[in-house]
Design a protein around this ligand. Structure first.
Ligand SMILES: Cc1cc2nc3c(=O)[nH]c(=O)nc-3n(C[C@H](O)[C@H](O)[C@H](O)COP(=O)(O)OP(=O)(O)OC[C@H]3O[C@@H](n4cnc5c(N)ncnc54)[C@H](O)[C@@H]3O)c2cc1C
Length: 387
């Protein structure tokens, strides 16, 4: 068994590491100050423009997008390395295009939709959101009630969505809605492409989340869209949505590996310098064990994430492994970052250090793309069913 990245994929990972070091880490101070001042976890347009230009110049756009749209068509395995490096900074930056919706669009778009949505999205010219969760159905999306009813050449959407990310700047939103109530998730839920200026698509409010993040609440009131905006087959939106969720979960596990590695590196750097009661922290068993446990779990998380990615690249659907890394990665990062914060004492509690921002990010990650407890239920169910 070979646990090494190929030469080409290692070079891409190293390139992203240099991009993070040279372009994103220098922005952290400004990002932290802005968030501490209550102005959100964001980059200003003036900060974003040169970063976009640099990442494009380095060939880092469209890494996993199809070659016909100017992408590099990299496998998920290569993207694990890319995302591990991106996870090492708290500067909010996504290399265009964001992979999860890309995968969903690639598996569903017809020719017309490819030209209107997939191609500009893959080229980084359009951005998107996805609206699945509702006030009454989040962790259990099969219980959604937003309806789409066919009316002549149109679909008419009615319902409410909540906690939707990226709505503030998304050009279009993939909206999941019930098209046949009697069939539920097995043939009764469809996906639709809704442009941001469509009448009846209402952004109700922007919801402040931990760490300066935002989500949005939306309503659809007789929101009429042409039949051509149905994404994929009517009633069969759940499977491509799952593919999308799996892509994000693998990405999140890689981010958690990167984030935890940075927290561990900070602990290792600081512990020998700080003397308490006549000895450096690095000579205290409590701190040594935190370092050992973090290093061991980071190693495990990295290998588990590559294992899931290799299986996806082989065309398998390793849903159990993906659920495992979603749980293991986020919980491991939560513990590691918390221990790094503890090691730094009062300094670890300041908003001047990236650790609290990393903790906030991971805290959110323990909820989105499915809370830990629900993934544990899914893993147990699949193991028991297999028996
Ligand atoms: C930062 C952020 C960004 C998000 N972005 C999006 C987005 O872009 N689009 C979108 O559609 N949604 C988004 N979400 C919503 C997210 O996917 C849901 O919040 C999540 O799936 C949980 O749903 P819920 O909030 O309804 O919690 P619930 O389903 O009500 O669950 C609440 C808690 O109950 C427990 N629980 C629930 N079911 C079980 C069970 N079967 N067994 C054991 N315990 C259980 C868990 O501890 C869980 O945390 C986002 C959420 C956050 C926090």
């Amino acid at each position: 068994m070979d646990f090494e990245l190929s030469e080409e994929h290692r070079m891409i990972k190293d390139l992203v590491a240099r991009f993070v070091r040279d372009e994103l880490l220098p922005l952290e101070k400004a990002v932290l100050e802005r968030e501490a001042a209550g102005q959100g976890w964001v980059l200003t347009p003036e900060e974003r423009a040169p970063v976009d230009a640099k990442s494009k110049e380095l060939g880092l756009w469209g890494l996993d997008a199809p070659e016909v749209f100017g992408g590099s068509d990299l496998p998920i395995t290569a993207m694990v390395g890319v995302n591990e490096e991106l996870g090492k900074t708290i500067t909010p930056y996504t290399l265009p295009p964001d992979s999860p919706n890309l995968r969903m669009l690639m598996s569903t778009c017809n020719d017309e939709q490819k030209a209107l949505y997939l191609e500009p999205y893959a080229r980084g010219e359009k951005t998107s959101a996805i609206a699945i969760s509702e006030p009454g159905a989040g962790g259990d999306p099969a219980g959604m009630t937003t309806r789409a009813v066919r009316d002549g050449d149109d679909w008419v959407l009615n319902g409410r969505k909540i906690w939707v990310s990226r709505v503030g700047y998304a050009d279009f939103t993939i909206v999941m809605a019930v098209t046949d109530k009697s069939k539920g998730a097995r043939g009764g839920i469809s996906a639709f492409l809704v442009d941001r200026d469509t009448p009846g698509y209402n952004v109700l409010r922007r919801i402040p989340m931990l760490g300066g993040a935002y989500t949005y609440e939306l309503t659809f009131e007789d929101c009429r869209i042409p039949a051509s905006k149905l994404l994929g087959r009517e009633g069969y939106g759940f499977a491509p949505m799952q593919l999308r969720l799996s892509t994000r979960r693998v990405q999140m596990a890689a981010w958690c590996t990167g984030m935890s590695q940075r927290a561990l590196d900070m602990m290792i750097e600081y512990a020998p310098q700080r003397v308490t009661f006549g000895l450096p922290l690095s000579q205290r068993q409590a701190i040594q064990w935190w370092i050992t446990e973090a290093a061991t779990k980071i190693h495990a998380c990295r290998l588990m994430t590559y294992d899931a990615a290799v299986k996806i690249d082989r065309g398998e659907e390793p849903r159990t492994e993906v659920a495992m890394i979603k749980v293991f990665g986020t919980e491991m990062a939560w513990e590691t970052i918390d221990r790094a914060m503890q090691t730094f004492g009062g300094m670890g509690m300041t908003k001047e250090m990236p650790l609290q921002m990393m903790a906030n990010r991971v805290r959110l990650m323990r909820i989105f793309e499915g809370p830990t407890e629900i993934h544990k239920m899914v893993i147990a169910r699949r193991l028991i069913d297999k028996r």
